[in-house]
Design a protein around this ligand. Structure first.
Ligand code: ADP
Ligand code: MG
Length: 230
């Protein structure tokens, strides 16, 4: 898969799978948990052994944008039999929840350690063009709409500001015994994404949701790239 964007175009797709999205972002130097495609339970186990347990299995389908909604995410699988069980359960629940989706298999990736979940995204505004979004994960974005925006391309100063503008910023500074997040790593990732979308004008939407932030570094565990209609 040398050029996932070209591959998606050739298929007439605008949604890149997580495997494709991460491979493209990894090439741009963005820290992701590499997602390896496996087309059978046996292959998933083989990949898991190479990656090292615990692992995460996710459904791979260009027809499914939100994998958890269809039972397409299995976390923290500690051994081969857990991977096998998750594989068959996932195929069953995805078939039930999304019967029309064409499923290319599963992706296998490392289970990242817990940290603070944030979202780094990009959408195309009809007036302003590419706009970056930053927020804290989970209810902060979905319920409280606690997000900040900046027009692409971002300068280092914009990356500093977009993080500090959200109401939930104190969470990243560390509260109630929670460690502080590596803000420099988040700023770097925001700037890398800004540069990536500047270099790829055909990308209409991008979501790193979530990025897990640690006291030392940050890693995107989910990624979704959407191309503009041709
Ligand atoms: P969805 O398509 O539903 O957004 P995600 O890939 O984001 O699926 O997975 C759902 C949730 O599972 C994430 O929000 C995150 O909390 C957790 N998760 C996903 N991948 C990993 C991983 N590699 N390590 C740890 N947690 C993960
Ligand atoms: Mg996600």
């Amino acid at each position: 898969m040398s050029d996932p964007i070209a591959a998606a175009r050739a298929d007439g797709r605008t949604l890149l799978t997580e495997v494709e999205s991460k491979s493209q972002l990894h090439e741009a130097g963005i820290a992701v948990t590499e997602a390896r495609l496996a087309t059978s339970a046996n292959k998933a186990v083989a990949e898991a052994r190479e990656i090292g347990f615990p692992v995460v299995l996710k459904v791979v389908s260009a027809d499914i944008a939100h994998k958890s909604d269809v039972g397409g995410v299995a976390l923290d699988l500690g051994n081969a039999s857990a991977v096998r069980n998750a594989y068959s359960q996932m195929m069953k629940s995805v078939r039930e929840a999304a019967p029309a989706a064409s499923v290319g298999g599963v992706s296998v990736q490392q289970m990242a350690r817990p940290g603070t979940e944030v979202i780094i995204g990009m959408t195309t505004d009809p007036q302003f063009g590419a706009v970056m979004m930053f927020g804290l994960g989970g209810i902060f974005v979905e319920v409280l709409k606690d997000v900040a925006f900046r027009i692409v391309p971002l300068e280092p100063r914009d990356a500093k500001q977009i993080i500090r503008e959200i109401n939930g910023y104190p969470v990243l500074e560390g509260v109630r015994g929670q460690p502080a997040a590596d803000l420099a790593a988040l700023e770097r990732m925001i700037l890398q994404v800004s540069e990536f979308v500047s270099d790829h004008p055909e990308v209409a939407e991008l979501d790193l949701n979530p990025v897990i932030a640690y006291p030392d570094g940050a890693v995107a565990v989910d990624a979704r790239v959407v191309l503009a209609e041709e």
